[in-house]
Design a protein around this ligand. Structure first.
Ligand code: NAG
Ligand code: NAG
Ligand code: NAG
Ligand code: NAG
Ligand code: NAG
Ligand code: NAG
Length: 469
């Protein structure tokens, strides 16, 4: 009986497999260029990728890629691995449904007759074709009018020119890689103004950077990211990969990942091997444990207090409607992972540092170093802090009311809430005894971890365990 069910299931799986591969190949694209008058609409039966145009080697394909279940992205895929290498930068999300269409009338245009044009190359070309290096090209008889290599998304492939006018942007839109006058920088968009979290300045070992001339970067087949100037073949900087000057047969790519790291890979013929990462220590990533997370080298993530669910992103400040109302979280032994790239001011004491933030509604928190007197101010929602064995590194963080509540299951939440309420009452009483004001906790409804860290002691450690991912 059981074996019958098993074989039936097997049969079903085989059938599904055949069906899937049929869907993959049913509308196999050609390598011949798309010409004037070309039109395509998304096929509702396609589950992942609908190819429209291939390169001559069949390694790359331009087509409709299904994202977030029912949204459409015009993308170039590395076919053997199904990894997208390029996507058109549309400001709105497109629906995987009939009115959405791609046409070529001199421009490659993504549109919807009802809503209008989502994306266009604004060209007057004769044809669209895909090079065997994954570059999507629009040209006429004599010149290249547009190429996808000039508008990278999150990936750079071998020999693609990356200039100061471009940016690699992670698929979630949070992180980017850009070039400065003499450096490569990684930036996080925690607020409207970007925060740099990695800066790699050209080492100028073989050639000096000539001031006033832009640099550009190329991923070299030899296994390094080279920075160059003015078409010179001698690099001003070399970031070498693990396979530097080794003969790897497959192609290479570099991508800014959704966690903010910049990673390099090469293709073996059956898989991608990681051989470069700009940030090798997880706790040095800009937000490895999410909002209000704490990262401890070798141990992983816990929460500063109430962790915020990965999708419950917070933004803004405490001005206006929030009327400067907040809970407060304090911790010792914490540091910013990229403090070298942050502005700071020197204050005589921790209290002075905290005070500079408390009354200012654009400030989310401060991190203070008792030994240096440096006061780092955070003007965006608190991200992940790094745990350090130094009680002289202190942090003060404002918390929106309700932060962290959704993370804990209802029953556990109730239990922890009760424990914390008790701890809060005891803490309040203790505070009053010490004749100190308990500003900011008044409106709090017993949310997890909102309160002075030191007073919660072991109870707060348990709540940290509970919200660990
Ligand atoms: C191509 O189509 C788009 C969208 O319909 C339109 O805005 C554009 O003017 C057309 N271009 C030409 C050259 O017809
Ligand atoms: C790509 O095309 C060029 C000619 O355009 C050719 O020289 C080269 O060998 C091709 N490379 C691959 C990997 O097919
Ligand atoms: C890359 O860009 C630089 C500067 O814009 C230019 O000098 C160089 O020729 C370009 N290289 C390629 C392969 O397009
Ligand atoms: C690299 O590998 C190719 C083929 O795999 C071979 O023809 C070539 O000689 C090798 N080059 C070096 C420097 O090892
Ligand atoms: C709050 O801080 C910002 C940034 O340092 C500053 O520009 C602003 O003037 C401050 N506001 C007040 C009310 O102190
Ligand atoms: C901070 O430094 C002061 C003086 O340098 C010292 O008295 C105090 O104990 C230190 N506090 C911490 C938490 O290390």
């Amino acid at each position: 009986m059981e074996s019958h069910i098993e074989s039936a299931v097997e049969l079903l799986l085989v059938a599904v497999g055949i069906l899937t591969s049929m869907l993959w190949t049913s509308r196999a694209a050609e390598a011949s260029p798309l010409l004037l008058g070309f039109k395509a609409t998304p096929n509702p039966d396609v589950s992942y990728f609908q190819p429209l145009l291939n390169d001559s080697s069949g390694t790359y394909s331009l087509g409709f890629l299904r994202v977030n279940r029912d949204e459409l992205s015009l993308s170039v895929l590395h076919v053997p691995s199904s990894v997208p290498l390029w996507s058109s930068a549309t400001t709105q999300s497109l629906r995987w449904a009939n009115p959405t269409r791609l046409l070529f009338n001199g421009s490659l245009v993504l549109s919807d007759p009802h809503t209008g044009v989502y994306w266009s190359t604004h060209t007057t070309g004769d044809r669209v074709w895909l090079s065997n290096t994954s570059n999507l090209i629009i040209d006429d008889a004599s010149t290249v009018l547009w190429q996808s290599f000039d508008f990278p998304s999150d990936t750079l492939v071998e020999n693609q020119n990356f200039s100061t006018a471009m940016a690699l942007i992670s698929s979630n839109g949070l992180y980017s890689m850009r070039l400065g006058p003499d450096y490569m920088g990684l930036f996080a968009k925690f607020s409207d103004s970007g925060q740099m979290y990695l800066k790699h300045t050209a080492l100028e070992a073989k050639a000096d950077v000539v001031p006033g001339q832009p640099i550009y970067m190329v991923l070299q087949s030899d296994g390094y990211l080279g920075m160059y100037q003015n078409g010179s073949l001698i690099p001003v900087d070399v970031q070498s990969f693990n396979t530097f000057q080794q003969n790897v047969s497959g192609i290479r790519r570099v991508r800014i990942e959704p966690d903010g790291n910049l990673k390099g890979y090469y293709w073996t013929g059956s898989g991608w091997i990681l051989d470069y990462q700009a940030i090798s220590e997880p706790c040095e990533l800009p937000s490895s444990c999410g909002s209000y997370g704490l990262c401890e080298a070798g141990k992983g993530c816990s929460c500063l207090g109430g962790c915020v669910p990965p999708h419950g992103r917070i933004s803004g400040d405490f001005c206006g409607e929030y009327d400067n109302r907040f809970g407060v979280l304090r911790r010792t032994g914490v540091e910013l992972p990229y403090k070298e790239l942050m502005g700071y001011k020197r204050t005589a004491s921790y209290e002075e540092c905290e005070g500079s933030c408390e009354g200012n509604c654009t400030c989310w928190g401060v991190v203070y170093s008792n030994s240096s007197g440096f006061c780092y101010r955070l003007d965006y929602p608190i991200q992940t802090l790094a745990a350090v064995r130094d009680e002289g590194k202190l942090g003060y963080f404002k918390v929106r009311e309700g932060v962290g509540k959704k993370k804990v299951g209802a029953w556990v939440g109730l239990l922890v809430g009760a424990v914390l309420a008790l701890a809060g009452v005891v803490g309040l009483w203790w505070y009053k005894l010490r004749n100190r004001g308990v500003k900011g906790y008044g409106e709090d409804e017993g949310g997890v971890g909102v309160g002075p860290y030191k007073d919660l002691g072991a109870a707060s450690f348990r709540s940290i365990q509970l919200c660990e991912r």
